[in-house]
Design a protein around this ligand. Structure first.
Ligand SMILES: Nc1ncnc2c1ncn2[C@@H]1O[C@H](COP(=O)(O)OP(=O)(O)O)[C@@H](O)[C@H]1O
Ligand code: SF4
Ligand SMILES: [Mg+2]
Length: 322
């Protein structure tokens, strides 16, 4: 197993008028080469911030990022430009991330021009056509503008652009959340095919556990800036251990009508990420919260091989599954 990306104790605090907002608060994780790590959690839990920190689109407040074993936390501009070739991002809303005044081919050619990837214009155009073909965009669309295309095609432009420099690693931030369900499947299939063909490594961010389930080898569950559970995707669905993961899983609809599923409804308020109180961030909504939960923040610990959970009361809450 070779680790392509690792983050250690990564933090990002934003200064706000009400105090420091702890968007990402001490995250540790690893992504294996050629695999997909799903990052899931409710809106506002810090997923996009984590993705941006990993790609250096944001400076971290503390912690480290390693790429192929090298500490890339404090790289200079030149090193960063070099790294960017290998590390790209696909955004949730291709409409706002694509320049509306540029045509499809102008958008895709841009990274090739910035990096002077090809000596001649002819070769560059050839590469644009190749990329359009790879992501399933017909050549006749080369002069179209993003607003003339549907959401699925716009996301294909975003993918082509991300692939232009032959990256190894892509942060996919809610890449299908803005798309119709039927188109979601097409884009997810395309991304999986590309992963196999090009040995890509993905960090796949979504608020929707059912989407993450289909694409991820491993999954990290985030809650208010912290990781609460992390393990192989199959294991998370078979044997979830954290109360928050269990609640998330119970909310996924079951396709078979004769199976009844008990939904765990989360009560209580999400606590504020600004100057967070000590203890477990999930405590105000947790059915099992005890005294210690509001005093001490639980650490993410390995409870079985490659299964990490942050909860003080793990054994009591999972008597039958542990
Ligand atoms: N530039 C910023 N300035 C202040 N707060 C921010 C900024 N970016 C994100 N946040 C806050 O950080 C938290 C995490 O945001 P985000 O990473 O976008 O979450 P997610 O992607 O999981 O929805 C939220 O409370 C959000 O309001
Ligand atoms: S540490 Fe306590 S509050 Fe947090 S999830 Fe575990 S039982 Fe619930
Ligand atoms: Mg987000």
């Amino acid at each position: 197993m070779s680790i392509l990306l690792e983050v250690k104790n990564l933090r990002k605090y934003f200064k706000t008028p009400k105090g420091m907002l702890h968007a990402v608060d001490g995250v540790n994780m690893q992504i294996e080469s050629g695999k997909t790590l799903g990052v899931v959690g409710e809106s506002g839990c810090g997923k996009s911030t984590l993705g941006r920190l990993v790609l250096h689109l944001l400076d971290s407040s503390d912690g480290e990022v390693y790429y192929q074993g090298n500490n890339i936390t404090h790289v200079n501009k030149k090193e960063l430009k070099e790294l960017r070739k290998n590390m790209q991002m696909i955004f949730q809303d291709p409409f706002s991330s694509l320049n509306p005044r540029k045509t499809v081919s102008q958008i895709i050619v841009e990274p090739l021009q910035i990096y002077k990837a090809y000596p001649s214009k002819k070769d560059m155009i050839k590469k644009v056509y190749e990329l359009m073909d790879t992501v399933g965009l017909a050549k006749r669309l080369e002069y179209s503008y993003p607003h003339e295309l549907d959401g699925g095609r716009r996301q294909r432009i975003g993918i082509a652009r991300a692939l232009a420099l032959n990256p190894e690693f892509i942060v996919c931030d809610e890449p299908v959340s803005a798309l119709d369900v039927s188109i979601q499947a097409q884009i997810l299939n395309l991304m999986q095919d590309l992963q196999l063909e090009r040995k890509l490594t993905y960090m796949f961010i979504s608020h929707d556990l059912s989407v993450v389930k289909h694409v991820s080898d491993n999954i990290c569950v985030m809650y208010l800036g912290t990781l609460v559970e992390s393990c192989a995707s199959k294991n998370l669905f078979k044997n979830p251990l954290h109360p928050y993961t269990k609640a998330l899983l119970s909310a996924i609809p079951v396709p078979k009508i004769n199976i009844e599923k008990k939904r765990i409804l989360l009560k209580g308020e999400i606590s504020s990420p600004i100057n967070p109180k000590p203890g477990c961030r999930f405590a105000p909504r947790c059915l099992y919260a005890k005294d210690i939960c509001t005093k001490k923040q639980p650490k993410l610990i390995e409870v079985e091989e490659n299964h990490f959970v942050a909860c003080h009361c793990l054994k009591e809450n999972n008597k039958e599954s542990m």
